[in-house]
Design a binder for this molecule. Structure first.
Ligand code: ZN
Length: 386
């Protein structure tokens, strides 16, 4: 029995980001049509953009959710044309009305379920990572833990194939770029498919080392760019201190041991609505004459195999010899002589193949990762026959 004067429609709205990958600060949720929120910064106290939270008790309520510090985000240009995602089953994430004006990101949505989740992009949890490891080892992959993070989580690499060419794929150095983990999952699932001819060819040509979640602590803490010590992993290659950046120190040591013919470093870009590769490795000192042609040919191969990848739009090319060698791909190119590529996926959508309902989505990332298997096979001389 409800107390007199109340009804079950008066359940208050509760908003929380206190879960794996969650990020939100609730400033004022007393009025669901005028909720005031803020994005919590990383432990470095400055990086912020990723948000992920649940709203309970708002079925049929026309929510207005204002993220009041969006103007202090790391990539304010990322809000232009951005639409948040919402899910009531944590599987299907649909885009919802979102507008950025005057430093405030306003999300408006009327949930059709009691509990719904909002995020910058479909999250990828530690449980999903664990399930991926299980699936990979059951399919015959080797799973090695290279060490522990500062929060005590495993730094895991999945090893597939027995071929002579070492290939490394590093995903989600930046924890808020969850599309990188979806990409790694798509790549691994296809690579381990016993019925797939390109995957079989690649497993014979290469030994593929995939780090699906390079920054588990930042991911679990709901951070954008850094680890538990506030370190940006992709500015730590070649200079990683195991005391503050065990993730890079461990993976780098293993890469030096195996070598790397090809290295892919998978990211998400807040602003550009395209899939593209950074040209950062073209500014590595002592670039050899054939290196640039080899790099550009690989991008063309990626474009020929991957529906969403294109080579026309991306970051400006760095000046000759001026690349930042503390990044994964530039360090790999410079130190290991790898054909190394930083790959970016959009938060918003691929504007060349837009999807008005989902925008860029886990399905698109999974497919991009899966299609990369064919590009790697071709790049290693696996021919075009299948
Ligand atoms: Zn990134």
């Amino acid at each position: 029995m409800l107390p007199e004067g109340t009804s079950d429609t008066e359940v208050p709205v509760h908003i929380s980001g206190a879960f794996d990958g969650g990020n939100i600060e609730v400033l004022d949720a007393s009025d669901p049509v005028q909720v005031r929120l803020a994005i919590r910064p990383d432990v470095d106290q400055k990086s912020r953009q990723w948000f992920c939270f649940r709203v309970a008790g708002a079925r049929g309520v026309p929510l207005t959710l204002d993220i009041t510090n969006a103007g202090e985000a790391s990539y304010v240009a990322g809000w232009k044309g951005f639409r948040a995602v919402c899910s009531s089953d944590r599987s299907e994430w649909v885009r919802v009305d979102t507008e950025y004006t005057g430093g405030v990101l306003r999300i408006q949505h009327e949930p059709s379920a009691d509990v719904v989740w909002f995020a910058s992009f479909a999250p990828y949890s530690r449980d999903q990572h664990a399930s991926l490891l299980v699936r990979c080892q059951q399919a015959g992959a080797r799973v090695r833990c290279l060490g522990l993070t500062l929060d005590g989580q495993g730094i895991d690499v999945v090893e597939v194939g027995h071929g002579p060419a070492p290939v490394w794929v590093v995903a989600r150095q930046h924890p808020g770029e969850t599309m990188a983990a979806w990409y790694a999952e798509g790549l691994l699932d296809r690579l381990l498919d016993p019925t797939d001819a390109d995957a079989e060819a690649l497993r014979a040509l290469a030994t593929v080392y995939v780090v699906p979640t390079m920054n588990p602590d930042g991911a679990r803490r709901g951070q954008l760019r850094t680890n538990a010590a506030g370190v940006d992993l992709n500015r730590s290659w070649g200079v990683a201190d195991p005391a503050t950046c065990p993730e890079v120190a461990a993976v780098q040591a293993d890469m030096v041991r195996t070598g790397a013919a090809i290295g892919l470093d998978i990211h998400g870009d807040e602003a550009l609505p395209y899939c593209f590769a950074s040209r950062n490795v073209l500014g590595v000192p002592d670039l050899q004459p054939g290196d640039e042609a080899r790099f550009l040919a690989f991008l063309d191969t990626l474009a020929s195999c991957c529906d969403d990848f294109q080579v026309e739009v991306g970051y400006p090319r760095p000046p000759a010899g001026r690349s930042d060698l503390r990044m994964c791909s530039t360090w790999m190119a410079h130190t290991l002589g790898s054909l190394a590529v930083t790959i970016e996926q959009p938060f918003k959508d691929n504007c060349l193949r837009p999807d008005p309902v989902y925008g860029w989505s886990p399905d698109r990332s999974l497919r991009f990762g899966a299609q990369t298997v064919s590009a790697l096979k071709l790049a290693l001389g696996g021919g075009n026959g299948s």
